[in-house]
Design a protein around this ligand. Structure first.
Ligand code: FE
Length: 159
């Protein structure tokens, strides 16, 4: 029983979201704003659920999770460069993970969807939800783990 609750606790900690209630991304102050109908027309169902409704993709489902090619990860909604391949590491969580973001292109806020404070991150240009940042990343670099939905990203390979 002790083992089970420890396991549960760990999986909650490692989880990107935990399927908490969805929340709409506010279109308040972003350079790129579109109506929800326009986003819906542009994005796939999964991209829309993640980027516009702050949903979470199932772990180990994104083809970008294991991608190790050199290049840049851009916002799937507006193509703003968000992460570089050299920031990527295998966190074992099943979501693409980075130890830092491209400064200025990612914005942060606090959410309480799971009943405690977590730092949510979103595209600074269009407001699209990306994932969360945690303090259990690689200790030899930044110590941060940016836990990002692959569905929120598109990969642009370096030439
Ligand atoms: Fe964006």
């Amino acid at each position: 029983m002790k083992k089970l609750s420890l396991l549960l606790f760990t999986s909650i900690l490692l989880n990107c979201n935990g399927n908490a209630q969805q929340k709409e991304v506010s279109a308040a102050t972003y350079k790129i704003t579109k109506t929800e109908a326009e986003w819906k027309a542009q994005l796939t169902d999964l991209q829309y659920r993640v980027l516009r409704e702050a949903g979470t993709e199932r772990p180990f489902t994104s083809p970008l999770n294991k991608n190790e090619e050199p290049g840049i990860y851009v916002c799937a909604a507006c193509e703003t460069p968000l992460f570089k391949s050299e920031y990527k590491f295998d966190s074992g969580t099943g979501w693409p993970s980075f130890d830092r973001e491209i400064k200025g292109n990612v914005a942060f806020s606090t959410d309480y969807d799971l009943g405690y404070a977590r730092t949510e991150e979103h595209c600074a240009t269009c407001g699209g939800h990306l994932g969360h940042v945690f303090n259990d990343g690689p200790k030899n670099t930044t110590g941060k783990r940016h836990c990002i939905n692959g569905a929120a990203l598109e990969f642009v390979k370096s030439e």
